[in-house]
Design a protein. Structure first.
Length: 67
């Protein structure tokens, strides 16, 4: 994304008790618990996405893990 204001990061749907993080394609049906501070699934998803991006970047530049 270009960082424009119109780009969605997350959508919160209270009627369906759902939160969607559009950056990583994660949808969870526990909005009430997330708003109460239970962020483990959200942070786990973000960390997994970041690791995937780092690995992909490493493969693109020819580096290998542990080398």
């Amino acid at each position: 994304g270009g960082g424009g204001r119109s780009e969605k990061i997350r959508t919160y749907n209270f009627k369906e008790n759902r939160v969607t993080d559009h950056r990583i394609g994660l949808t969870l049906h526990k909005l009430d618990r997330i708003l109460a501070g239970d962020l483990d699934d959200v942070t786990d998803g973000l960390l997994a996405d970041e690791r995937t991006r780092q690995l992909a970047a490493g493969l693109e530049d020819g580096s290998t893990a542990g080398a």
